[in-house]
Design a protein around this ligand. Structure first.
Ligand SMILES: *Cc1c(COP(=O)(O)O)cnc(C)c1O
Length: 484
């Protein structure tokens, strides 16, 4: 093509591609329509069931899923409402009391909007000093609240699992675990450890390492003496103890391992000490329970999830590593085409501390709510969750027929109903299913010591006393119905 022809062709393509840049009036209209959708969604939270067994209408999806021609936004938002929002579990609901509840603070959504509109490049300091500095400040703030030194480092990841992978890879490299040693390398945790840890070990190439499940006490916490016995035995066998994983709040029962007792054992045995605080880490902000988390500052690495304990929408986890250089050694890489980005005055870049290069500017969704509401509101919400769990535990213990697990360390309560006749496990399986189908609250179940237990997990910022009272009422009504 000659240049005039080329110009003509380019201009004719631009008349189509410029549809990708809407006019200001169109933007305002769309913004309004999305805002209306959000209001409608939030107003309906208490009218919709927390859980629906339906999955939508697949025929709405199959034919011409992504056509060439444009569609009006209200039609697309109606599709979201009918095909996505109405089915399965509603993590935004105050009644979500199963698994580990999610959040979804409204200003976090606004933060995502701001970050996506400006699309600042938050991977490298050179590209957006402000975005990177914001994320570095958030990481330092988290390091500070858990008691890590200023020489620590970390990054905002997409969630706890990916953050765990970064921690395991850092541990592997810091302890110089080579391929041939892996079959003799030993990892210590309890059987309550989150499967994200096992998954991370396998992805990090440590799938052939030996995993020792250290016995737990009655409250599902790691038994320190049992750990010491295992360590001695393994050394005698000529094995290579490498990694100790403790939980700061297990998913199943909310148990916190005795971190302060474990830390010196890890040190004496030259173990990398990792703490999984994906669920429970932010409870260091609560004066009610922070004593339980003592020793968390002595860990070598820590995972702490703002999309759990800070009530953010899904997509934000954090890894912190006490020796920041170890995190950097495991993740930094130089590419020729990035040579302009190296300047001595630069602050740390997420790209040098994480597996990601181009990444979502996650800091904006975290900073905006923290600043807009102030940190005190978060501290109060965390205290409230702890007390709501204690309230539920005590209230249920007083009710005939219910058996409660240990007093909760954090905000997870284990319980079951003990019918006078029949199989208790079967009854409790039926109970959890009936509660889920009822839809006023959502609970999940687990198996502990070979018995089926129901779990109540309080972590939604929308869950308040009236929600827990509703849950107690639903349980009483459902048990009565099942006994009929
Ligand atoms: C949720 C959770 C994880 C996994 O984190 P994701 O953000 O879901 O990937 C790991 N450990 C514990 C204790 C958790 O509660």
């Amino acid at each position: 093509m000659k240049i005039p022809e080329l110009r003509e062709k380019i201009n004719s393509l631009a008349s189509q591609s410029s549809h990708l840049e809407p006019e200001p009036d169109q933007r305002k209209e769309w913004f309004q329509q999305v805002g209306d959708y959000a209001e409608h969604f939030l107003k309906g939270l208490n009218e919709r069931p927390v859980f629906s067994t339906t999955s939508g209408d697949p025929t709405q999806w199959s034919s011409d899923f992504l056509p060439d021609h444009p569609a009006p936004l209200p039609q697309l938002l109606a599709f979201v409402t009918s095909e996505i929002d109405a089915h399965g579990l509603d993590p935004a609901s105050e009644g979500h009391l199963g698994y580990i509840p999610g959040g979804g603070l409204y200003p976090a959504a606004l933060g995502d909007f701001v970050a996506a509109v400006s699309n600042r490049y938050a991977g490298v300091f050179f590209a957006s000093p402000g975005a990177v500095r914001l994320e570095n400040h958030l990481v330092s703030w988290m390091a500070d609240i858990v008691g890590y030194p200023s020489s620590s480092a970390g990054h905002l990841a997409s969630g706890g699992s990916i953050a765990t992978l970064a921690a395991v890879v850092t541990a592997r490299d810091a302890k110089e675990i080579k391929a041939r040693q892996i079959p003799d390398t030993v990892v210590y945790c309890t059987n309550q450890v989150h499967h994200a840890v096992n998954k991370a070990l396998r992805i990090a190439g440590l799938g052939e390492a030996i995993v020792r499940f250290v016995p737990t006490d009655k409250r599902f916490r790691m038994d320190v003496q049992a750990l010491e016995v295992l360590l001695k035995e393994d050394r005698k066998k000529g094995l290579h103890p490498f990694l100790l994983v403790a939980s700061a709040g297990t998913t199943d029962t909310g148990a916190v391992d005795p971190l302060a007792e474990l830390a010196p054992i890890a040190k004496a045995n030259n173990l990398w000490f990792h703490v999984d605080g994906a669920y429970g880490g932010f409870f260091v902000m609560s004066d009610l329970v922070k004593h339980l988390l003592q020793g968390i500052d002595q860990s070598d690495s820590l995972v702490i999830d703002p999309h759990k304990g800070l009530f953010l929408p899904y997509g934000t986890g954090t890894v912190l590593v006490r020796d920041g250089a170890a995190l950097q050694n495991a993740h930094s890489y130089l590419a020729n085409y990035m040579q302009d980005t190296l300047r001595a005055t630069d602050e740390r870049s997420p790209a040098d501390l994480s597996p990601e290069l181009s990444k979502h500017f996650r800091g904006m969704r975290m900073w905006l709510p923290l600043r807009l509401f102030g940190v005190a509101a978060f501290r109060a919400a965390l205290d409230e969750k702890i007390l709501l769990a204690r309230y539920f535990h005590q209230s249920l213990a007083e009710r005939e027929g219910f058996e409660v697990g240990p007093e909760p360390d954090l905000s997870v309560v284990l319980f079951r109903y003990c019918p006078k006749q029949g199989d208790a496990d079967e009854f409790n399986r039926a109970l959890v299913q009936a509660v889920q189908e009822d839809g006023r609250v959502f609970l999940s179940s687990t198996t502990v010591n070979q018995q089926v237990y129901l779990r109540l997990a309080v972590l939604s910022f929308r869950t308040h006393l009236s929600t827990i009272d509703r849950c107690l009422q639903v349980l009483e009504e459902t048990v009565a119905q099942l006994l009929k």
